[in-house]
Design a protein around this ligand. Structure first.
Ligand code: MG
Ligand code: MG
Length: 317
């Protein structure tokens, strides 16, 4: 017979002390940022694999082990996290979301030879180098998820701001590389969802007010409850898979395992699901083994930047 106390102790969520200097809001912001990095690091191992290939190699992929087509070190992140960090630094330096500052930050990031880079990002940053225009031309083809994967610093810096200001900030960062109405709609929806989770709103309300509103405005985003496989880099497929995982699970770990085992653009679906689930469940909900596995320098950068961006939002409000 099992000793019930031991079972409870084993299955109890890991409690994390809220540090004296960190408010509950800052704590959730940190969880969103670390969640982004964890989803990226976890998903990158299985990026471009099919669910069947993942099952053959890993059974269920549930640990941060590196490898994958990028041959990553365990805990290493990719462009999803490093572009977000570059954007966040530009926001902190300028004191606001500024398109030119963001474009310069992305350009510097590209010059530093990142481990991976999307085609749309590369093409429009190369154009920016000669034009110095931080707004890429409107393009119906640039509906990839590259602007959505890095938007978290905007959600944090603009927390509590007026809706129109949040939308303008979202477009300023997104249009540096992705100037497309579907990308815009996805980015704005994701930012409002993150902000509502940071405010402690429940998933049903967030789904009704934001995910459903996105579908009403752009029916192409309609998602069903079926488990989709191999979500591509097309922002519509990415967002559909993220919604399926986020709204069908009830903890951070289940959400992230569900999304990355779908394969496809798994680092980016993992990153976006991770920021939403981090904001939803907070630091207590993130498995300690994932926090320990994440590259430490990256984890500390994410934590410090999340705190600074939330502090900036408080000064702007
Ligand atoms: Mg990536
Ligand atoms: Mg990717």
């Amino acid at each position: 017979m099992f000793w019930t106390g031991e079972l409870i102790a084993r299955s109890a969520p890991i409690r994390r002390r809220v540090t004296a200097e960190r408010s509950p809001l800052a704590e959730r912001a940190v969880a969103a940022y670390v969640g982004l990095a964890i989803g990226d690091a976890l998903g990158a191992t299985v990026e471009f694999m099919t669910p069947k290939e993942i099952r053959t190699h890993y059974g269920v992929h549930e640990n941060i082990t590196g490898g994958g087509w990028l041959r990553l070190k365990p805990g290493q992140v990719t462009d999803d996290t490093t572009m977000a960090l570059a954007l966040g630094e530009s926001i902190l330096a300028a004191g606001r979301v500024d398109a030119l500052a963001a474009a310069d930050a992305f350009d510097a990031w590209m010059r530093a030879k990142p481990v991976d880079i999307g085609n749309t990002v590369r093409r429009n940053l190369v154009s920016f180098r000669s034009s110095r225009n931080p707004e890429a031309p409107l393009s119906e083809h640039d509906a990839g998820n590259g602007a959505a994967m890095r938007l978290l610093p905007v959600a944090l810096a603009c927390y509590g701001q007026a809706r129109d200001d949040v939308i303008a900030a979202s477009r300023a960062q997104a249009h540096v590389t992705h100037h497309n109405p579907l990308s815009d709609a996805a980015c704005e929806t994701l930012i409002f969802m993150i902000q509502d989770f940071l405010a402690g709103r429940d998933a049903l309300t967030v789904e009704r007010e934001h995910a459903a509103a996105l579908v009403a405005a752009f029916p192409v985003f309609a998602w069903d409850r079926k488990h989709s496989e191999n979500p591509s880099g097309y922002v519509v497929e990415t967002v559909q898979a993220v919604f399926q995982s986020l709204f069908a699970t009830e903890c951070f770990e289940d959400c992230l395992i569900d999304i990355v085992n779908r394969g496809g653009d798994a680092d980016t679906t993992g990153a976006i699901a991770g920021m939403l689930a981090g904001a939803r469940y907070g630091l207590d909900g993130i498995p300690r083994r994932w926090l320990r596995s994440l590259d430490e320098l990256t984890r500390v950068r994410c934590e410090k930047q999340a705190e600074a961006l939330i502090a900036l939002s408080g000064r702007a409000a």
